[in-house]
Design a protein around this ligand. Structure first.
Ligand code: MN3
Length: 200
C-alpha cells in the first residue's frame, strides 16, 4: 500500500498567531512533505525488496547505505512527527516533562538554550531533537538532511524541529535562531512530548 500524506492535526491558519503562517504550512505540508512521499512511493513501486515494509523498517534498513530511498523515507518519518510537535496552544511545558527536563537537562531555561543551539549549529539542512535515550535520560541531538534518531539509534523521539530553510524562510527569513526561539517558547507541543515520555 502506498504511503499517504497525513492530515495536519490543526487548520493551516491555526499557527499564524504562533509564528507559522498559512502559506508556510501550505507549502511545507502540501508540497514539500508530499514530494517526499511521492518520491518514496516511486522507489517502492520499482523495488520488490521494499514492498510490504513499514516506514520504520525502510528507514532502519536503508540508514547505513543512505541514498535517495533513505532520504525520502526519513523525511516522511520526520514530518509525520513534526506536525505533531506544533500546536496552536504550544509553549507550555506540563509538569512531568518539566520535572524530567530539570533532572536530566539542567532546567527549562538550559533545555531551551541547548535545544536552540543544536538547531542553530546544524550546518545546512536537518533537524534538532529531544530524545529519551536507552539509558532512560533525556538528550538533545541533531541530524543532517533526512536522518533522525530512529536511523542513528539515539533514542525515542519526544520532540523534533525542522531546520530546513523551507520551514522558516517565509516567517523568519534567514533568522533561524529566531525561528527556534519561537519554537521553544510558543509553538512546541510539549503535551505531545510528555505523552511520548509517558508511553516510553
Ligand atoms: Mn521540512
Amino acid at each position: 500500500m502506498a504511503f499517504e500524506l497525513p492530515p495536519l492535526p490543526y487548520a493551516k491558519s491555526a499557527l499564524g498567531a504562533k509564528g507559522m503562517c498559512e502559506e508556510t504550512l501550505d507549502l511545507h505540508h502540501g508540497k514539500h512533505h508530499q514530494a517526499y512521499i511521492t518520491a518514496l512511493n516511486g522507489f517502492v513501486e520499482k523495488d520488490p525488496a521494499l514492498q510490504g515494509k513499514s516506514l520504520d523498517e525502510i528507514v532502519k534498513s536503508t540508514a547505513g547505505a543512505g541514498g535517495p530511498v533513505f532520504n525520502n523515507a526519513g523525511q516522511h518519518w520526520n514530518h509525520i512527527i513534526f506536525w505533531q510537535c506544533l500546536s496552536p496552544n504550544g509553549g507550555g511545558i506540563p509538569g512531568a516533562l518539566e520535572k524530567k527536563i530539570t533532572e536530566d537537562l539542567g532546567g527549562v531555561a538550559k533545555f531551551k538554550e541547548d535545544f536552540k543551539a543544536a538547531g542553530v549549529s546544524q550546518f545546512g539542512s536537518g533537524w534538532a531533537w529531544l530524545v529519551l535515550g536507552s539509558d532512560g535520560k533525556l538528550k538533545i541531538t541533531k541530524t543532517p538532511n533526512g536522518s533522525n534518531p530512529l536511523a542513528t539509534g539515539e533514542g525515542k523521539v519526544l520532540l523534533g524541529v525542522d531546520v530546513w530553510e523551507h520551514s522558516y524562510y517565509l516567517d523568519f527569513r534567514n533568522r533561524r535562531p529566531d525561528y527556534l526561539q519561537n519554537f521553544v517558547d510558543a509553538l512546541a507541543n510539549y503535551e505531545y512530548a510528555e505523552a511520548q515520555l509517558k508511553a516510553a
